[in-house]
Design a protein around this ligand. Sequence first.
Ligand SMILES: Cc1cc2nc3c(=O)[nH]c(=O)nc-3n(C[C@H](O)[C@H](O)[C@H](O)COP(=O)(O)OP(=O)(O)OC[C@H]3O[C@@H](n4cnc5c(N)ncnc54)[C@H](O)[C@@H]3O)c2cc1C
Length: 451
Amino acid sequence: MKQLYDKAIYDFDNPVSSYWEEISHPDQNSYPKLKGDQQCDIAVIGGGFTGLSTAYHLAKLYQRDVRLLEAGHVGWASSGRNAGFVCLPATKLSIQTLFKRYGIDETKKFFASQVEGMDILDSIIKDHSIECEQIGDGNLDVAHSPHSCDGLKEWGNDLKKYFGINTRWIPKEEFDESGHQSTEQFGAVFMESGFAMNPLAFLGGFAKATVEAGAVLHGHSRVKKWERNGKHRLITDEGSLTANQVVVATNGYTDESLHQSFANRMVPVLSNIIVTREMSEDEFNLQNYKTLNPICNSREILYYYRRMPSNRMLFGTRGDTYGDDQSANKMKDYMTQKFRGVFPSWNDVEISHYWRGTVVMNRDLTPAFGSLDDDQTVHFSYGYSANGNNTTIYCGKKLAEMICESNSGSTNISEIYRGLSPKIPFPFLRLWYLRLYLWYSKLRDKNKKEL
Ligand SMILES: Cc1cc2nc3c(=O)[nH]c(=O)nc-3n(C[C@H](O)[C@H](O)[C@H](O)COP(=O)(O)OP(=O)(O)OC[C@H]3O[C@@H](n4cnc5c(N)ncnc54)[C@H](O)[C@@H]3O)c2cc1C
């Protein structure tokens, strides 16, 4: 396996020690290993939201014979260990840049698809009565410095003006009362779209629904080799799967040696989360913390946080660029310090959980979706810029639609998603590019605060 980070990041045999794993207790062996030589029409590699959504919609809407292969337990990776924000957008490009690069219509289609992804996710939760601590009636972006207010106000206004998303600017004093107080709170924009959830609990229910729809899931079945002799043959430790078509849904854990077309196109970036012990209402009152809506702040390297229904705080930010255990320990201390810097009244509140996972940034900073130009039987979706929960669900549905309804490999999806992401020059320097970017962003954050 060709890996960018330390092997600790790719320990498929062991679940990460996340809060979600602890409270949701996924059965590690719910889905049997692939054994012997098996066949199916469509094989999906990867058991996160992208893979599950593709398999679910292929089976449910089109009654296709589909099997999914997952290297760890189903939900082992980012889909099962993220912060549970259902928010937008899956790009780091500004609205103005999107307009310039793709035009207004394609950008509108893109934002509409992001909201559609939220709606699909919401209806899957409701249709299958999935208990996943769904909470909140929108998302918040908080200004971390007075100099960030104008930019956030403009963002909120643009979301309303161009995409019809209901937004509202909440001045600092009002947010002090209705949201929370902190050293980095200077007003917030509320977006009436999205919610929060326990992602692993959702994933557990979604995986069951996918099997009920007719798909076959295999856990602990890492594809180690991919042969192409007319059909595709995916080889795991204990079996092989021969299929007419393959969907690659491996995002930040993609083994770049498996298929050349996907090599050197992604920058997996580590993101980290800490969770506190349960806090009392009196403790929440110390920061006047009331809102249950998920929050991102306006830093370049943003902090994301939320009060959970279990009365703990979840706090996340970027990770290190090595992935080894030593860096993880340093990162945990760094994050604890940042969390306490933002919420000083919680200086003594213990951190009970820490974990990390990968998100994927593409070179063009937009997701990649489609079928390979030189092999229309291989399909893919990846690179959601840390905004995968609704985007993966949408893209999985669209992949199913594209496979079943189109012979040309195209589908009605915004141009912003279409095609492989461009290759990264000198790909062995990827982590150095990332370090440079993080350093530059830190500088910008510092300047913004000191302006
Ligand atoms: C700490 C953290 C916080 C985040 N917070 C949020 C958030 O709040 N909101 C949001 O929208 N997004 C968030 N994200 C991003 C989001 O989790 C991802 O965009 C999304 O889960 C990607 O889903 P996926 O199915 O494409 O990939 P994954 O969930 O990573 O699944 C890919 C799967 O492929 C499997 N795989 C890889 N290679 C093979 C192989 N050879 N054979 C078989 N299987 C293989 C892996 O084991 C893995 O399970 C966060 C990510 C992280 C890491």
